[in-house]
Design a protein around this ligand. Structure first.
Ligand code: CTP
Ligand code: MG
Length: 395
C-alpha cells in the first residue's frame, strides 16, 4: 500500500504592523493611523487586510505610546483574534519595528507592514511570505515605469536609468533571525534606513522583489488620502443593481403588433413613433434604470430617424451603453398586461429574440403574460402595458 501523500506544510508568519508615526507630512494634528478612511481609522483597514492573509498567524500592532489604549479598544480580541499584542513604538520607524520584533512570537518568519498602507491585498502578503520562506528575505515593490530625473533646485540635471529601479513597498518578510540580527547590527553601528530590507541588504543578503499593485501606496500627503478614499469607495460599492421599466401603448387599427421583437397576428397594433414594441421598451428602461443611465426618452428622442425603428436594434444599443458603463446584464423579467390577443404561444419566441439582443441564455430572460380580467383600460382592450425588471452586475 502506498502511503498517503503528505500535505505540504503551510508557511506561516508573524506580522508586525508599524503605525507609530506622527504623520507630519499629512499636515493634520490627528495621528496618521487614526485618520478616517471611508469613515474608519486607517490602521483598522490595514489590520483587517493583514488578518485576511492565510499565511499570517499572529499580528503585533505598533502605535504611538499615547495611542496604545485607543488601539487596543479599536482592535478587540473577539473581532481580531490574530492580533496578539498592541505595543508602543519608538522615535523612528526602525525603532518601532524593533519594538514590534521584541514582542513578536518566536516564529521562523516575520513580515513587516506599514500601517499607512491600508490598501494592501492579502494576496501580496501571502506572496511575500512564501517568497521569504524560500529566499530568506522578500519585499513587495513596483518597477519604476516613469522617467526619473535627478533634480537640483528647480532643474533636472540628469536622467536616471530606470531599468534597474523599483519602488519598495511593504509588506517585507524575512527569516526572523536574519531580521533580528540585521536590526541589532544596525543599532550597534548607528545605521538608519527607511525600510527593513535596507538593513538586511547591509548584512549582504539579497532581498527578493515581488511585484505588487501600485494601489498599495503609502499614505503620506493629503492627496494620497483622497486617492485611497476613491479606491475604497469603488472597492466597497455594491456590485449588483436592479432597475424597473414600465411602458404603455394604445392598440389601434392599421398598425402591426410587435412584442419582444415578435410580430403577432392580430387585427390591432400598437401606436407609437417607433415600432411601438412596448415589451422591448420596458426592458430597455429597466436596464437603463439599473445602470443609472436615465430612460429611453433621453437616449432615443422622438426623431424622424427612429420612425418605425426596430426596437430590438435599439435594445442592442442600450446593452452596449450599459456595458460601457461597467455593467453586465444578469437577468431580465417582464410581465405583459394584455387581455387580447392570447400571448402564451409567442412567449418563447419573445424570450429568444430578447435574449439574443441581451447576449444572454434565454433561461435568464423571462416573459410572462397576464390579463386584467376586463378591468380598466387594458381590460377594455385599449392598450398594452408592460412592467420589466433587470439585474446588473459590476464587471
Ligand atoms: N512609523 C512608526 N514609527 C515611527 C515612524 C513611522 O511606526 N516612529 C510607521 C508609520 O506609522 C507608517 C510607516 O512607519 O505606517 C511609514 O512611515 P511614514 O509614512 O513616514 O509615516 P509617518 O512617520 O507617520 O509620517 P511623516 O514621516 O510624514 O511624519
Ligand atoms: Mg516618517
Amino acid at each position: 500500500m502506498t502511503p498517503e501523500p503528505r500535505a505540504p506544510l503551510e508557511v506561516t508568519a508573524c506580522a508586525i504592523v508599524v503605525a507609530a508615526g506622527s504623520g507630519t507630512r499629512m499636515g493634520t494634528s490627528a495621528r496618521k493611523a487614526f485618520i478616517p478612511l471611508a469613515g474608519v481609522p486607517m490602521v483598522l483597514h490595514t489590520v483587517r487586510a493583514v488578518s485576511r492573509a492565510d499565511t499570517i498567524a499572529g499580528i503585533v500592532v505598533v502605535v504611538g505610546e499615547a495611542d496604545v489604549g485607543a488601539a487596543r479598544s479599536l482592535l478587540p480580541r473577539n473581532k481580531f483574534p490574530k492580533v496578539s499584542a498592541v505595543v508602543a513604538g519608538g522615535v523612528e520607524r526602525q525603532d518601532s519595528v524593533y519594538a514590534g520584533l521584541r514582542h513578536s512570537e518566536d516564529v521562523d518568519l516575520v513580515v513587516i507592514h506599514d500601517g499607512a498602507r491600508p490598501l494592501v491585498s492579502p494576496s501580496i502578503l501571502d506572496a511575500v511570505v512564501r517568497a521569504a520562506s524560500k529566499s530568506g528575505a522578500a519585499s513587495a515593490g513596483v518597477p519604476v515605469r516613469e522617467t526619473v530625473k535627478e533634480v537640483k533646485g528647480d532643474f533636472a540635471r540628469g536622467t536616471v536609468d530606470r531599468d534597474r529601479l523599483w519602488v519598495a513597498h511593504t509588506p517585507q518578510a524575512f527569516r526572523s533571525k536574519l531580521l533580528r540580527d540585521a536590526h541589532e547590527q544596525a543599532r550597534a553601528t548607528g545605521f538608519r534606513a527607511s525600510d527593513d530590507a535596507a538593513l538586511v541588504e547591509r548584512q549582504g543578503h539579497a532581498v527578493q522583489m515581488v511585484e505588487d499593485s501600485p494601489a498599495n501606496f503609502k499614505i503620506t500627503v493629503p492627496d494620497d488620502l483622497a486617492l485611497a478614499e476613491a479606491l475604497v469607495q469603488g472597492r466597497d460599492a455594491p456590485r449588483i443593481r436592479h432597475g424597473i421599466g414600465i411602458d404603455a401603448h394604445r392598440l389601434v387599427m392599421g398598425r402591426p403588433l410587435i412584442l419582444g421583437g415578435v410580430h403577432l397576428p392580430f387585427q390591432l397594433g400598437l401606436q407609437g413613433h417607433s415600432d411601438a414594441d412596448v415589451l422591448t421598451h420596458a426592458v430597455m428602461d429597466a436596464l437603463l434604470g439599473a445602470a443609472g443611465l436615465g430612460d429611453i426618452g433621453q437616449h432615443f428622442p422622438e426623431d424622424p430617424k427612429y420612425k418605425d425603428a426596430d426596437s430590438v436594434g435599439l435594445l442592442r444599443v442600450v446593452v452596449g451603453k450599459v456595458r460601457g458603463a461597467g455593467w453586465r446584464v444578469v437577468n431580465v423579467d417582464a410581465v405583459v398586461l394584455a387581455d387580447a390577443p392570447r400571448l402564451a404561444p409567442y412567449v418563447e419566441a419573445m424570450r429568444g429574440r430578447l435574449a439574443e439582443a441581451l447576449e444572454l441564455d434565454p433561461s435568464w430572460v423571462n416573459v410572462k403574460a397576464s390579463t386584467m380580467e376586463g378591468m380598466g383600460a387594458v381590460g377594455r382592450g385599449e392598450g398594452i402595458v408592460v412592467h420589466a425588471v433587470a439585474t446588473l452586475q459590476k464587471t
